[in-house]
Design a protein around this ligand. Sequence first.
Ligand SMILES: NC(=O)c1ccc[n+]([C@@H]2O[C@H](COP(=O)([O-])OP(=O)(O)OC[C@H]3O[C@@H](n4cnc5c(N)ncnc54)[C@H](O)[C@@H]3O)[C@@H](O)[C@H]2O)c1
Length: 275
Amino acid sequence: MGKLAGKIAVISGSGRGIGRALALKLASEGASVVVNDLDEAPANEVVATIEAAGGKAVACIGNVTAADFGERFIQTAIENFGGLDIIVNNAGYTRDAVIQKQSDEQFQAMLDVHVTAPFRILRAAAEPLRAMSKREASEGREVIRKVVNISSMAGTHGNAGQVNYSSAKAALVGMTKTLSKEWGRFKVCVNCVAFGFIETRLTKAHEDPATKIEIEGRAIQAGVPSNILEALATMVPLGRAGTPEEAAGGAYLFCIPESDYVSGQVLIVGGGLSL
Ligand SMILES: NC(=O)c1ccc[n+]([C@@H]2O[C@H](COP(=O)([O-])OP(=O)(O)OC[C@H]3O[C@@H](n4cnc5c(N)ncnc54)[C@H](O)[C@@H]3O)[C@@H](O)[C@H]2O)c1
């Protein structure tokens, strides 16, 4: 029996990178997982990998910024698996520029994906979470549920060139702290993980073709200039970027029963990086 046997998790942006690693980890501990991604092929690959290992998963393809996505995501868990225990707001990307070169649209795009989308997902979960906790209380039971919001050290400490992204990721910290206060009575722990420098397509050198990503037909240059990458690695006390699995490990800590009395916290997962 895994630590998360019988639990039902939804993880946005879990077709690649850290979200993918977390989906595989939660499933390996017995959770049923709703795998979301903008891109169908990677999401289906994660579902197939979980199923091949004997786990349960279903895909919920789509852009988290769609107005109806939150409801669809939460209902996918309830309709397919009959409940909802863990919500991870992970989907996201970067669109860097210094402030004087940043358009309103570029700034708003980061708020849409990193703030409004998690807000709508959590709002859609509020009534099901309230109803489940009310039923359990009437049965004399307490079931602790979990929300993990994925932020960044750009949000907690700032990062030149990321005024849009860092503003959005900082807002997630406020959302985490407020919901930890609103949802304690529903027995939901709400925490946040802020990653430092994790090796995914978002942090490869600009020259790497993997950093040329597409979000709903729009070409986006993700990644980091190679001179900054070299400097970053030397600033990390552990001397290297983290792997997606190591990053997922930080979020996993908030999902397991051992953290059932931890709420409203921000855990920095950065190999000792303090910026
Ligand atoms: N890699 C890092 O160093 C780092 C550092 C701090 C925070 N983060 C955060 O971690 C999270 C995961 O990033 P990653 O590094 O694994 O990147 P990634 O690009 O490897 O994976 C992110 C996944 O999210 C999906 N996605 C992006 N926008 C989406 C949308 N609008 N709707 C649905 N799916 C969408 C992508 O298709 C992709 O599969 C992001 O929120 C990111 O901001 C990453």
